[in-house]
Design a protein around this ligand. Structure first.
Ligand SMILES: [Fe+2]
Ligand SMILES: [Fe+2]
Length: 165
């Protein structure tokens, strides 16, 4: 698996987690439940962004800098991180839900730009062997976190009944 295939696979997992969160969001009963979802999401996305910075963006540093994209992509990561941190501090439930939605939309736009603009540039600039080597250095987002997030989404904490099985 190349580094780009790994990152896109992670995007797919995150996008389906985002959909799950969106359907659980109207059932949240307090701002602290929304904050809990934010903290787990923040960790997932932070680890993914770090990998991109360390393994993919850095390999394309000069090209992205020429196009003025490097700082912006890096800024996107910081923006999503601070949006999620900010949501976790909002005491009002409706406002917290709405700001979490803003953060999810920002993530989706960022993933789309990476997949349609940035990753193709990286694929052009680097040799396939290099992409494979970088892929071998890639560690997917920590395994225990997605199941934890799943259990939060499916738990009574966010207003749903746990599955009977
Ligand atoms: Fe990114
Ligand atoms: Fe990404």
């Amino acid at each position: 698996m190349t580094i780009l295939e790994g990152l896109v696979a992670e995007h797919r997992v995150f996008l389906s987690v985002f959909n799950e969160i969106e359907s659980a969001l109207p059932h949240t009963k307090s701002a602290s439940e929304v904050a809990l979802l934010c903290r787990v999401l923040q960790r997932l996305i932070h680890d993914h962004g770090e990998t991109e910075n360390d393994l993919a963006y850095i390999a394309l540093d000069h090209i992205l800098k020429e196009r003025g994209q490097h700082n912006r992509l890096f800024h996107d990561h910081q923006e999503v991180d601070s949006l999620l941190k900010q949501v976790a501090t909002i005491p009002n439930l409706l406002e917290a839900r709405s700001q979490l939605q803003v953060a999810l939309n920002a993530c989706r736009r960022h993933f789309h730009e990476e997949e349609t603009v940035v990753f193709p540039l990286i694929a052009k600039a680097l040799q396939p062997e290099t992409l494979q080597i970088l892929g071998r250095s890639w560690k997917p987002a920590p395994g225990p976190v997605p199941p934890l997030l799943k259990s939060l989404i499916g738990s009574t904490e966010v207003g749903r009944q746990p599955s009977a099985s």
